[in-house]
Write a protein that binds this ligand. Structure first.
Ligand code: ADP
Ligand code: MG
Length: 688
């Protein structure tokens, strides 16, 4: 056995202390508490695993159709055949004729009658005692067997230090006040129960993790999370950030920008701007999320915040997770701010070394007032002269590490800048209460005037010619259109190739119209030239890869065809189709799909056809993919709650929130211990 290797593998799994092992809870159980005769097993074993025993009366190795071992056992009632398709010499010995074995498995009909395929086998005497509790099956990893994990966990549960680590310190009075019908066991009892449930335990509730023992553990975990979030909130309030009062002069950038805009702010924009403006006046750092559906006009609000900061001679930075997204911000900000004399710097990973150095110098010297770019902005080599505000667009699309880096770079011991996050993905309530609890939220719940609802159609790829025919009559009416090429995640080259093919086919099929092509491989100037021609209606049909996902704004373009729509996610299609419906014409989005369609893709396309509300779409997305992806925390299992399911356990979150408030107010001594118990080194992650 691998007892020598086991400790290091266990350590890799983070199972390096009695407490860690105690919290390594089973994912399911096997019932070895019951023993059937072979006769009973032959009937019962057709509905699930059963345990039975007998003496080996035959053991043969066959070579046809392939190498396998057939073992027959017998008791006083019947005989049973066992089949092993892979086996070791040691197993041959273990099941030699005459040995008494206990086996567990399902019974199925084989070629030669009923049999168990690959049962678990133990060589024990017929009167060997049965376990009193269900046998735990642990989340494992390669290199550690269940036997080893079971052994070390059982050992850990007997470790005297656990008495202390699992000591009860939730005040009983508090718990009965919060939860009058409290039937939860103590933490220590709950943990023991989950590792070794008695044979009559409610296995359904154990598996679904709704058993009172599970509730107790989940509650503790949530409580730790709520406490640490509330503390982060309190700590932020004690930090210092420059306060930016509303300027009194008419000549302020803020006032000039408002005057120069070609539109009036919507009521929703006015409201969120006033919320953000208030935050900027405070002397502790803002931590606010600006939420609004695609096209709701978040950028201008960010621009106003930047203007306020620049009015006070501080720098503002706008950061986006992709180069394209960042570039759209750059172009928009340039359009608004350059006429007002603002000095803007652009910084991205793809800049040449010399341009990069120049930008860095501008930033460091304070010459640049407004800085726009990708996460290149937070790299070591960049130091701001006087950063007052960081705007982070689509924050959840940055990785966990990057987000942590952002937090570390933007804050220092003495000085923290204001932060404004922006997202088109609304956060469901449960998430807002857990991962985002130290975040103030502003919502733009209104689109700028004149937006038209978009009709979405779902069409088979086989009807491509029909779609092109429809496109022709559409363009003949003087309207413009987008043709979005499939996303090919594996290969950018392949994606480009498909785009070029579609471009050529459409150019041929529509000789009376000018067709343009834009993709990610074009240089910025080339891209800008194509976009400008499309905007000026010199190009009527724009074939594009997903580069047009964001920022493109051509009101006369009211039709969008998306090829291989089944390959796109909810958010992407929602973003893409937000490019149409901006003018006075009725807009249409055609989702073309290739068969066969997976169930998930089918449901996605159907939802997208029926629903246009970004919030509803985001919720469907969430229930499908789980919160990890929405949080951008996919890579970091550590950052996630281990035992809590945000959808299943929503009511527990509320309870934990109340308990956290009470503990912080009335039992500060317990708070540290509780955090240490549950989070240890993971506390850092929660700040990202
Ligand atoms: P998003 O919230 O998706 O980032 P944008 O900020 O890009 O949306 O705004 C979408 C478009 O709407 C832009 O062209 C922007 O200039 C325009 N816009 C923003 N606010 C208004 C408004 N109040 N009235 C009219 N158009 C607006
Ligand atoms: Mg935007």
């Amino acid at each position: 056995m691998t007892t020598k290797q086991a400790p290091s593998t266990l350590q890799k799994m983070g199972l390096d202390s009695p407490m860690a092992l105690a919290l390594h809870l089973p994912s399911r159980y096997e019932d070895e508490t019951e023993l059937f005769t072979i006769e009973e097993a032959l009937s019962q074993g057709r509905f699930g695993s059963v345990q039975t025993q007998g003496v080996v009366i035959r053991n043969q190795v066959l070579f046809r159709p392939r190498r396998q071992m057939l073992v027959t056992i017998e008791d006083e009632t019947e005989i049973l055949q066992l089949r092993f398709l892979n086996f070791y010499p040691s197993q041959q010995k273990q099941m030699a004729v005459g040995v008494h074995i206990r086996v567990r498995g399902e019974v199925r009909e084989g070629f030669q009658g009923p049999e168990m395929v690959h049962p678990t086998v133990k060589a024990v005497a017929a009167d060997a005692p049965l376990p009193m509790s269900l046998t735990p099956v642990y989340p494992a990893s390669a290199g550690v067997s269940q036997t080893v994990i079971r052994k070390v966990v059982a050992q850990a549960l007997r470790d005297p230090s656990l008495q202390d680590s699992l000591a009860e310190f939730l005040p009983k009075k508090l718990m009965t006040e919060l939860l009058p019908s409290n039937d939860w066991p103590s933490l220590q009892a709950a943990i023991t129960y989950l590792h070794q449930p008695p044979s009559n335990a409610n296995t359904q509730a154990l598996l679904e993790r709704t058993d009172p023992a599970w509730r107790r553990v989940q509650f503790e975990e949530l409580l730790a999370q709520q406490i640490s979030l509330k503390r982060a909130h309190a700590i932020r309030r004690e930090r210092h950030a420059p306060s930016f009062a509303k300027p009194s002069k008419d000549k302020s950038l803020e006032a000039s920008l408002l005057k120069a805009l070609p539109f009036k702010l919507t009521t929703a924009q006015e409201r969120v701007w006033s919320e953000i403006g208030h935050d900027l006046e405070k002397s502790f750092p803002m931590n606010r999320l600006l939420q609004g559906d695609v096209g709701s006009g978040k950028t201008v609000v960010a621009a106003l915040a930047a203007a306020r900061v620049m009015d006070h001679s501080y720098q503002a930075a706008v950061m986006a997770p992709t180069e394209i997204l960042a570039e759209q911000h750059y172009l928009k900000m340039k359009e608004w701010f350059e006429p007002l004399g603002v000095r803007i710097a652009w910084l991205s990973g793809s800049l040449k070394a010399k341009e990069k150095r120049l930008a860095q110098e501008m930033i460091e010297s304070g010459h640049a007032q407004l800085i726009i770019g990708t996460h290149a902005l937070i790299q070591e080599s960049v130091s701001f002269s006087k950063l007052g505000l960081a705007v982070i667009d689509e924050q959840h699309r940055f990785g966990v590490r990057q987000r942590l880096e952002i937090q570390q770079r933007l804050g220092s011991e003495l000085f923290y800048c204001h932060q404004l996050m922006m997202s088109a993905t609304p956060i469901p309530r449960t998430l807002a209460m857990t991962y985002y609890a130290d975040l103030d939220v502003s919502v733009i719940d209104e689109l700028p005037p004149g937006r038209k609802p978009i009709t979405t159609k779902v069409v088979k790829a086989g009807r491509r010619d029909e779609v092109i025919g429809g496109l022709q009559s559409w363009l003949s009416k003087g309207l413009q259109a987008y043709w979005v090429c499939p996303l090919i995640e594996e290969s950018e080259v392949l994606q480009l190739q498909t785009a070029v093919e579609s471009y050529e086919q459409l150019t041929q099929a529509l000789p009376n119209f000018k067709v343009g092509l834009v993709h990610g491989r074009l240089k910025s100037e080339e891209k800008a030239a194509v976009m400008a021609a499309f905007k000026a209606n010199e190009i009527q049909l724009l074939v594009a890869t997903t580069v047009i996902e964001v920022g493109v704004d051509v009101p006369n373009a009211a039709l969008m065809v998306i090829e291989h729509a089944e390959r796109f996610g909810y958010a992407q299609i929602h973003q893409l189709r937000g490019r149409v419906g901006r003018g006075s014409a009725d807009s249409v989005c055609i989702l073309m799909y290739a068969e066969p369609l997976s169930m998930a893709a089918k449901e996605r396309l159907q939802t997208l056809r029926e629903v246009s509300d970004g919030f509803v779409i985001a919720e469907r997305d969430l229930s499908l993919r789980g919160p990890g992806e929405l949080l951008g925390a996919k890579q970091s299992g550590d950052a996630m709650l281990r035992f809590v399911d945000l959808q299943r356990d929503a009511w527990l979150i509320e309870l934990a929130q109340q308990a956290a408030e009470r503990l912080l107010a009335e039992h500060t001594d317990l708070v540290e211990r509780h955090l240490e118990r549950w989070l240890g080194s993971r506390a850092e992650f929660l700040k990202a």
